[in-house]
Design a protein. Structure first.
Length: 74
């Protein structure tokens, strides 16, 4: 792990960001990957709008609520 961190520190920030994005995407489910890729491609053509931020926040809240219920927190 320390070796990976040391080698990552030598990479340019844009390369490190690309690696982080790839690592994040690799952990997503198939459905989440499809949504992530669609959102990523739309961001490249236009800036996110207020409703995009609201939708993302709602998805995050639902996800957290599921995890809380699974952990016995409700």
């Amino acid at each position: 792990m320390a070796l990976a961190l040391a080698s990552a520190a030598q990479l340019k920030p844009d390369i490190r960001l690309a690696h982080a994005g790839s690592d994040f995407e690799a952990d997503l489910s198939t459905e989440q990957k499809a949504v992530f890729r669609e959102d990523k491609s739309s961001v490249l053509t236009s800036l996110p709008k207020r409703q995009d931020a609201m939708r993302l926040t709602a998805e995050f809240d639902r996800s957290c609520a599921k995890w809380g219920a699974a952990l016995g927190r409700d």
